[in-house]
Design a binder for this molecule. Structure first.
Ligand SMILES: C[S@@+](CC[C@H](N)C(=O)[O-])C[C@H]1O[C@@H](n2cnc3c(N)ncnc32)[C@H](O)[C@@H]1O
Length: 345
């Protein structure tokens, strides 16, 4: 089994105990090695005794026969799969209580205040980095609070059909990814992540955003929603230009109303292509660059907004996707709204 070839063979459970979060130092947790699978449809598999020996020389026979799970996360620095220490399961509480470590970079990652921080800057003490305004804006607590309380509804005036319809449209494209891992990149407060998780169509849904406050708001919405099981959902902070997943490990990527907010759209789309498996599907929405035939009085204001965001013409989005290696590009347009889809060959 592929997991047996993990490079973590040199790590003993004791060393992992010592190096990963001390708050999780109880020895009764299963130590699992996070190796990418070729396909994520099979959620669990049992590791044969011979494999387990290669991974973990000190495991008892009982432990060797335990079911091991594979988590999807990789180090954002080197893309090596992360080693996890903590309670089993891909769900909010288990991931929150787990510590993650990159054996290669010797860097640890842990959950902070409701989400797992897998940015390169996670844990840095002195270095700070400021992103462009279109990214920083969404880190504000006020914008995160207002986002699903009026801000997003405004998009309808530009032709966005609304969350329910956009979700149904996206689901049509994601049919081939059913049962797999879906990453909702730039999820904001989780408007679509919650719908994807609730749909039951995916074995794992990762709600991923760069904004700490959007993720906190997402967590609160998830907790308030009594009908939403958190059994297949993880909240992750990451930069879309540095996705914390191994290459070819993701079945579907959704990016709602996001392309225009990204600091470097070409890096982001190339990164999405990297993490998708062959046949994996990318679906995004954004505002198209439109001519400014608006009343002169608001034109300076609109020009300011356009300068602050990366709005593209349709041909540019298609060019971007195909130049990053995608095929089967399609789009649906309604006024300034575009939903585009593309597939990893
Ligand atoms: C307009 S919101 C979209 C939210 C949601 N997907 C939707 O469809 O309504 C754009 C999101 O992009 C996120 N974002 C901006 N820059 C990012 C980056 N570099 N990496 C990841 N997310 C980013 C923002 O934090 C924000 O939550």
């Amino acid at each position: 089994m592929a997991i047996a070839t993990s490079s973590s063979s040199s790590l003993t459970s004791t060393s992992v105990h010592q190096t990963l979060c001390p708050k999780y130092s109880h020895s009764n947790y299963t130590f699992r090695v996070l190796r990418p699978r070729l396909r994520y449809s099979a959620l669990r598999f049992t590791v044969r005794a011979s494999s387990a020996v290669a991974l973990e020389p000190r495991l008892s026979t009982r432990q060797q026969n335990q079911t091991l799970e594979v988590d999807p996360f990789a180090c954002p620095v080197c893309y090596e799969p992360l080693i996890r220490k903590g309670p089993p399961g891909f769900n909010l509480s288990a991931i929150y209580r787990s510590g993650f470590k990159c054996e290669k970079c010797n860097k640890t990652y842990s959950s902070k205040d409701k989400y797992l921080d897998l940015t390169i800057t996670a844990g840095m003490k002195n270095y700070t980095e400021v992103k462009p305004g279109r990214t920083e804006l969404f880190r504000s607590p006020l914008v995160s609070f207002l986002y699903e309380r009026g801000w997003r509804q405004n998009f309808n005036r530009s032709g966005f059909p609304g969350p329910d319809e956009e979700f149904n449209m996206a689901q049509e494209y994601f049919k081939s990814a059913e049962g797999g891992l879906l990453v909702d990149v730039s999820c904001g407060s989780g408007l679509f992540s919650r719908k994807f998780a609730k749909s039951g169509s995916y074995s794992k849904v990762v709600a991923l955003d760069f904004s700490e406050n959007m993720l906190r708001q997402c967590y609160d919405f998830v907790m308030q929603d009594g009908t939403l099981s958190t059994a297949n959902l993880a909240l992750v902070r990451a930069d879309v230009s540095r996705l914390p997943f191994p290459s070819g490990s993701v079945d579907a990527v959704h990016a709602g109303a996001a392309l225009h907010c990204w600091p470097a759209p070409s890096n982001a789309v190339a990164e999405i292509c990297r993490v998708l498996r062959s046949g994996g599907v990318f679906v995004g929405t954004t505002f198209l660059r439109t001519n400014l035939n608006s009343p002169w009085i608001i034109r300076p204001f609109l020009q300011r907004i356009i300068r602050d965001y990366n709005y593209f013409a349709e041909e540019e989005i298609e060019d971007l996707c195909t130049s990053c290696g995608f095929t089967n590009y399609t789009s649906k347009i309604q006024q300034a709204f575009i939903m585009y889809s593309a597939q990893k060959p």
